[in-house]
Ligand binder design. Structure first.
Ligand SMILES: [Zn+2]
Length: 149
């Protein structure tokens, strides 16, 4: 994807993902409770464990694919057919997060494989406008699309 195509689309849910370094890696933005250490994604306004006040924190940039499914029915919101969704266990926080998987990886997925967080132009929003969505993608593919290509 070119930078121009990415710039024309807006994040579907702003603030869920942010770039974490100059190499183009992304992280999921959640929260960490300073009182009990509980992490949450998306960001929690109140700690689900102790009712404390969590702080904004990147809770994961990479992890392992816990499970996934490939959806071959008619896709909503302009998503490609087929598309895949799955759960990834994040390295940094231990959270198990559900999300879209890069459609280019649909035929190359395996439970336990390493995944990274990405932000890709994918589908449309409720008004039919192209949008950026957080995705999980195999680490090797993420490296292939990094800076310097
Ligand atoms: Zn807490």
């Amino acid at each position: 994807m070119s930078a121009t195509a990415r710039d024309e689309a807006l994040e579907l849910v702003p603030g869920l993902v942010e770039r974490v370094d100059a190499s183009g890696r992304y992280g999921l933005v959640g929260s960490l409770c300073p009182d009990c250490g509980a992490s949450a994604f998306p960001r929690a306004g109140c700690c689900p464990q102790c009712q404390g006040t969590p702080q904004r924190r990147v809770v994961g940039t990479a992890g392992s694919l816990y499970t996934y499914t490939v959806v071959r029915t008619r896709a909503p919101f302009g998503l490609p057919e087929p598309y895949a969704v799955g759960y990834v266990d994040l390295d940094e926080s231990g959270l198990r997060v559900f999300g879209l998987i890069d459609p280019a990886a649909v035929d190359a997925l395996a439970v336990g494989q390493r995944m990274e967080v990405g932000l890709d132009r994918l589908g449309v929003d409720g008004g039919g406008r192209p949008c950026l969505r957080p995705v999980f993608r195999p680490e090797r593919m993420a490296a292939d699309t990094g800076v310097g290509r």
